[in-house]
Design a protein around this ligand. Structure first.
Ligand code: NAP
Length: 238
């Protein structure tokens, strides 16, 4: 059993890769730049008895994605699970937002989802099984000021999840979305966490393992009738 997790060198993706390794999956571990973190995560996965294939590529770059995945899919078949987790934020009011901050964020989330999913989808459809989980955000559900780019990208990912779920349901593929709230990772380390916590009904920030636990459930047989859904992990924010 193989799981492909994008953006798995650290943070939420790392926790997801470790959760799936605990469930017995070998991991195709994608990341973009953090070699040291990726190697550390790979070592933790191997300690659990799973195999790891490190795949360093930018999910927004179609040629790199295909270069990394086509051969693997040909040799081993498609992964049983794909988690589209890679994502970045470039926050700022839209009035002051440079065009690059718009395109970098939307390219990573939306083109990343498209490129990576496209590389494995046809074989998943032929095999008639597979689980795809997309990591969106509460920002894509409710819209956050200062995150027009990020909200648009994550909102688009949510809509793509629902559409793809309907396209693939007959072929035994489940496609779902997780929308985390504030989770303690590098992505939020510059944010005023103390102030943010006051706005969270549970009065605490989430942990990567809170998201990973839901991934574990969604890939299990207990979730086999769940597709096209957006599930929040947010301490009650929305
Ligand atoms: P993180 O700690 O910054 O980790 C991001 C991961 O994505 C890293 O492994 C990074 O790899 C990888 N990555 C970034 N751009 C990439 C690209 N173009 N191609 C391949 N890999 C790329 O962030 P995180 O908080 O764990 O976020 C993971 C996901 O959860 C993101 O989609 C994020 O939007 C979403 N999310 C996070 C929160 C939160 O509060 N933390 C809330 C809601 C949603 P390198 O480091 O090697 O570049």
């Amino acid at each position: 059993m193989i799981a492909l997790v994008t953006g798995a060198s650290k943070g939420i993706g790392k926790a997801i890769a470790l959760e799936l390794a605990d469930m017995g999956y070998d991991i195709w571990l994608n990341y973009r730049s953090s070699d040291e973190s990726a190697a550390e995560t790979a070592a933790l996965i191997r300690k659990k008895g799973s195999e790891v294939t490190l795949l360093k590529f930018d999910v927004a770059d179609k040629a790199l994605v295909n270069g990394a995945l086509n051969g693997l899919v040909e040799e081993f078949g498609p992964p049983d699970i794909l988690v589209n987790n890679a994502g970045i934020a470039r926050d700022g009011l839209m009035m002051w937002m440079p065009s690059d901050d718009w395109t970098d964020v939307t390219d990573t989330t939306l083109n990343g989802f498209f490129n990576v999913t496209k590389a494995v989808l046809q074989s998943m459809l032929q095999r008639k099984s597979g689980k795809i989980i997309n990591i969106a955000s509460v920002s894509g559900v409710m819209g956050n000021p200062g995150q027009v780019n990020y909200s648009a990208a994550k909102g688009g990912l949510i809509a793509a999840t629902k559409a793809l779920a309907k396209e693939t349901a007959k072929r035994g593929i489940c496609v779902n979305c997780i929308a985390p709230g504030f989770i303690e990772t590098d992505m939020v380390k510059e944010l005023p966490v103390k102030e943010i916590v006051k706005m969270i009904p549970m009065q605490k920030i989430g942990q990567p393992e809170d998201v990973a636990g839901l991934v574990g459930f969604l890939v299990s047989d207990r979730a086999s009738y769940i597709t096209g859904q957006v599930i929040g992990v947010n301490g009650g924010v929305c």
